[in-house]
Ligand binder design. Structure first.
Ligand SMILES: *Cc1c(COP(=O)(O)O)cnc(C)c1O
Length: 483
């Protein structure tokens, strides 16, 4: 009997179009500098180009690929352009993309050791490698009391940290009885918004989140933190969690980890360290000092999907005491019971994260680390920092511009002397050229431009060209007597 008709893409066809897709991606990277970094589409343009209804009959794959060029490509922001300097980067690289492809090909669901031993054990090994590469203290290794896990995001990691901290502070009672409304969490005025979200989701309540003031360099003030903790204790409240940041999103400020860490140790609070982008720098021995004080931390995360040449989504989350995290998040319904789990000899990463299911994300990270080697990774991270530092020097030497904050690594915050309106106009005009993309922030109530060097292939020439364009457009302002 022959097989009934089906609609699947057969291996022969898959092989054919698969090669075309790889070529498409390679072509894209060869041409990415030609596209305007920000697309020129208006809201609704892309939606309107797509059919009102899903197709009744399947379409040729060639037509789908054609629409990638005609409809999708004109509507994407080119994060992988070396002239993308906005926000923080969202990295990719050849080995990472290929690792993602293989992950898709294998289609693993690695919720437990049993459902994919290789997915679990490669992740454990790669996370131990990274703990080594960052010179994290012993307790963050799987061979000691803790270990690492790949999360979808720094936001997901922050939520896990807040939940584990909440349970530790309540002797694991909040999981059954709910949070008691007295737990107090501490961040700075510059901490990423994902911490507020985590505090809301975890039932702590945003009214129980304290935003500690920062110093003139936008770093959390430990004296203010200490005073606020005392005030809350006197009011009968229960301080339980502090997040310190290595490289804030707005200005790359470095919270003083040793001072904050000692307060957390003395007061018995969970310390989470958010190093989303800048944590990566610690793989280079000369930048490892940014993690000094990490020995006090209960948890730490950084994003290879920001600045370690690895595709989104890939946040590496390390805990010093995995038992607290697992006890907080583990649930064992009958249908997931199995001997490997009962034996206690394996890791089931579903107990280390919010969702049950998980992709084989360690593959891309493993490919990246093996392709570049520690040497190659450090080389490119250093290059980015050097290029950003050079840009910062140009700003300092310029008569028209000034630095708006210290530039410890690869983010430079700067502004024109002409005031907020001039800086806003300058940003708009620069981004309209399509030749680069910068974003902004507000520091000490003043509109500030940000240039972040972190896209995988950004080189000195790109930042040189950016500086020339910035000066040229600012110069046109002079002629127009804008100020
Ligand atoms: C980008 C960023 C985050 C959020 O990262 P996601 O992985 O997108 O959730 C958190 N903290 C800091 C400091 C960041 O820069």
């Amino acid at each position: 009997m022959s097989e009934p008709h089906n609609y699947h893409m057969m291996p022969k066809e898959f092989r054919h179009y698969g090669k075309q897709v790889i070529d498409w991606i390679a072509d894209y990277y060869e041409q990415v500098e030609k596209f305007p970094v920000l697309p020129t589409v208006k809201p609704g343009d892309i939606y309107a180009k797509l059919p009102d209804h899903a197709p009744q009959s399947g379409e040729p794959f060639a037509d789908v690929l054609r629409d990638m060029n005609d409809i999708i490509l004109p509507g994407v922001t080119h994060w992988q352009s070396p002239n993308f300097f906005a926000f923080f980067p969202s990295n990719t690289s050849g080995p990472s993309i290929l690792g993602e492809l293989l992950s898709a090909g294998l289609g693993q669901q690695g919720m437990m050791w049993l459902t994919s031993p290789a997915c679990t054990e490669l992740e454990t090994r790669v996370m131990d490698w990274l703990a080594d590469m960052l010179a994290l203290p012993e307790q963050f290794h799987s061979t000691a009391s803790g270990g690492g896990v790949i999360q979808d995001s720094a936001s997901g990691a922050a939520l896990c940290a807040v939940l584990a901290a909440r349970e530790q502070a309540t002797d694991f009672a909040a999981n059954s009885n709910g949070a008691n409304g007295k737990l107090i969490a501490y961040i700075s005025t510059q901490t990423h918004s994902s911490l507020e979200k985590a505090v809301k989701i975890a039932g702590i309540g945003s009214a129980n989140l304290r935003r500690i003031t920062v110093d003139e360099y936008f770093a959390m003030r430990p004296d203010a933190l200490h005073r606020q903790i005392q005030r809350d204790r006197h009011a009968g409240l229960v301080p339980f969690f502090v997040c310190a940041t290595v490289g804030t999103t707005s200005s790359n400020a470095m919270d003083p980890l040793p001072e904050i860490g000692r307060i957390c140790r003395d007061e018995g609070l969970w310390m989470h360290v958010d190093g989303a982008m800048s944590g990566t720098a610690a793989i280079c021995p000369e930048y490892r000092h940014f993690l000094n004080g990490i020995e006090y931390a209960d948890s730490f995360c950084f994003n290879p999907h920001k600045w370690l040449f690895t595709n989104f989504d890939c946040d590496c989350f390390f805990v010093a005491n995995r038992a607290a995290l697992i006890k907080t998040l583990s649930i064992l319904p009958e249908y997931l019971r199995n001997q490997a789990t009962e034996s206690g000899a394996v890791i089931d990463y579903r107990d280390w994260q919010i969702s049950l299911g998980r992709r084989f994300r360690a593959l891309k990270l493993w490919f990246v680390i093996r392709h570049y080697g520690l040497e190659g990774l450090c080389y490119h991270i250093r290059r980015h920092v050097q290029i950003a530092q050079q840009f910062a020097e140009w700003i300092k030497a310029s008569a028209d511009f000034e630095l708006a904050a210290p530039a410890p690594l690869n983010l430079v915050c700067f502004r024109h002397h002409g005031g907020d309106d001039v800086n806003k106009q300058l940003l708009e005009r620069l981004n309209k050229t399509g030749k680069l993309y910068l974003s902004h922030t507000v520091l000490a109530d003043r509109f500030t431009l940000r240039l972040c060097v972190g896209q995988t292939t950004t080189e000195e020439s790109h930042v040189c060209a950016a500086w020339e364009l910035i000066q040229k457009i600012a110069g046109e302002f002079h002629k127009l007597k804008f100020f």
